[in-house]
Design a protein around this ligand. Structure first.
Ligand SMILES: C[S@@+](CC[C@H](N)C(=O)[O-])C[C@H]1O[C@@H](n2cnc3c(N)ncnc32)[C@H](O)[C@@H]1O
Length: 331
C-alpha cells in the first residue's frame, strides 16, 4: 500500500478477518507491506499481494491483553466498544454492547487466547432483585456458572446464577484486612458467599458474625468456611436471615462491615451495632458525597456518639455515580 492508504486498508483487512496481527507491517520507502493471512479472498480485493514473509511479533507482545489480541480481528472502531471483563475462577464474564454483538465469536476466541484455562465465557447483564444476582447468559463452554475463585489467599466457591459476587472488590477486602487487628469482634451483614469474612479471618485472629438472607448464598458460604478451614486464623459464625430482623437481636461489635445492597438503607441499623468502626458501602453521586458524609455524622449524633468520617471512592458505577465506602470511626 502507499503509506497514506495503509491505515484504512489495514482497518478493512481487520474487519474482513484477513489481517495477520501476529506479524509486523514493514515500511519500504513510500510503501507499507501489510501482513495478511493465508486466504484466497485477499486476491480479490484489488490490492497487490506479495509473497513476503513479514517478521512475527514476539509472543509476549501478541497475547498481552484482550485488546491487543483482538486487534488482529477487530477494527479500531470496534475495539473502542470493548468493555472490561472479569475472570472468576475458570469463568470469564464480559459485557457485550450492541455494537459488538456480531463479534461475539471473536471475543470468545480472544478471551481464550489470553486465558487458556477458561471453561466458560458468559455475557454479563445487570444485577437484579434484593439478592443482587446478575443476569448472565453463557456464550461459550460448559453450561455452568459455578466455579472456585482464588483471591487474597482464600478459595471462594461461587455460583453466579444463585448469588452475588464481585471479584473487583479484592483490593477493598485487602484494605480492610490491613485495618483489622487480632482480637476484634466483627459483624458483617449482607455477607453473600463470605468473601470479606474469609479474607479477614485468613489473616487475623478475629471473631466474625456474618448474616445473609439468600439461602443459596448462605449455603455456599458455609461450604466456603469448610473449604478454607485449615487456612483461617479467625472464626466465622454465619447466620441465615434478614439483617433487619437479626441485627437488633445481636450485641454490638468492635467493627461492622456493611457491603450494603444497592437501594437498601442500612446506615442507622449498622451504625447502632458498631462500637469503634463502621465501613459502610453505598452508591453516591459525586455531587452528593459531602451530603452523604454529613448525614452519617448526624446519624451518629442522633445515637449520642461522636464520629469522624472519611468517604473513599471505591469504583465508578455509572457516569458521575461512585460506589463509595464510608470509613466511620466512633468516639
Ligand atoms: C452487594 S451484595 C454483597 C455480598 C457480599 N458481601 C460480597 O461482597 O460478595 C449484598 C448481599 O446482601 C444480601 N441481602 C439482601 N438483603 C438482605 C437482608 N435484608 N438481610 C441479609 N442479607 C441481605 C444479598 O443476598 C447479597 O448477597
Amino acid at each position: 500500500m502507499p503509506r497514506e492508504k495503509a491505515e484504512p486498508v489495514k482497518r478493512k483487512l481487520k474487519k474482513l478477518n484477513l489481517y495477520d496481527g501476529r506479524r509486523r507491517p514493514k515500511r519500504e520507502d513510500e510503501f507499507v507491506l501489510l501482513p495478511v493471512v493465508d486466504d484466497e479472498r485477499v486476491y480479490s480485493l484489488g490490492y497487490e499481494v506479495l509473497p513476503v514473509e513479514l517478521p512475527l511479533r514476539p509472543e509476549r507482545q501478541i497475547y498481552k491483553n484482550l485488546e491487543s489480541v483482538l486487534a488482529e480481528r477487530l477494527s479500531e472502531e470496534e475495539l473502542k466498544h470493548l468493555r472490561r471483563y472479569d475472570v472468576i475462577g475458570d469463568i470469564a464474564v464480559i459485557q457485550i454492547p450492541p455494537e459488538l454483538e456480531h463479534r461475539v465469536d471473536d471475543i470468545v476466541w480472544g478471551l481464550r487466547k489470553v486465558h487458556p484455562f477458561l471453561k466458560v465465557v458468559a455475557k454479563k447483564g445487570f444485577h437484579e432483585g434484593a439478592f443482587r444476582i446478575r443476569d448472565y447468559s453463557i456464550i461459550w463452554g460448559e453450561k455452568r456458572l459455578e466455579t472456585v475463585h482464588r483471591e487474597n489467599g482464600v478459595e471462594i466457591k461461587v455460583d453466579l446464577s444463585k448469588a452475588f459476587f464481585n471479584p473487583r472488590m479484592k483490593g477493598e477486602r485487602y484494605r480492610l484486612t490491613q485495618l483489622v487487628r487480632d482480637g476484634e469482634r466483627i459483624l458483617i451483614p449482607f455477607a453473600g458467599v463470605l468473601p470479606y469474612a474469609l479474607v479477614i479471618a485468613r489473616y487475623r485472629k478475629v471473631k466474625i458474625t456474618a448474616v445473609e438472607l439468600n439461602r443459596e448464598a448462605y449455603e455456599l458460604g458455609l461450604e466456603n468456611i469448610e473449604r478454607n478451614r485449615k487456612r483461617l486464623k479467625g472464626e466465622i459464625e454465619f447466620i441465615h436471615g434478614d439483617a433487619f430482623k437479626v441485627l437488633p437481636e445481636l450485641p454490638s461489635y468492635d467493627r461492622v462491615i456493611s457491603p450494603t445492597p444497592r437501594g437498601v438503607d442500612a446506615l442507622t441499623l449498622t451504625l447502632s451495632k458498631a462500637e469503634r468502626w463502621l465501613h459502610y458501602y453505598d452508591f453516591v453521586h459525586e455531587n452528593e458525597i459531602e451530603a452523604f458524609r454529613r448525614r452519617i455524622i448526624e446519624e451518629c449524633q442522633k445515637l449520642g456518639r461522636e464520629c469522624s468520617v472519611r468517604v473513599k471512592k471505591v469504583s465508578d458505577f455509572k457516569p458521575h455515580v461512585f460506589k463509595v465506602c464510608a470509613d466511620v470511626e466512633l468516639g
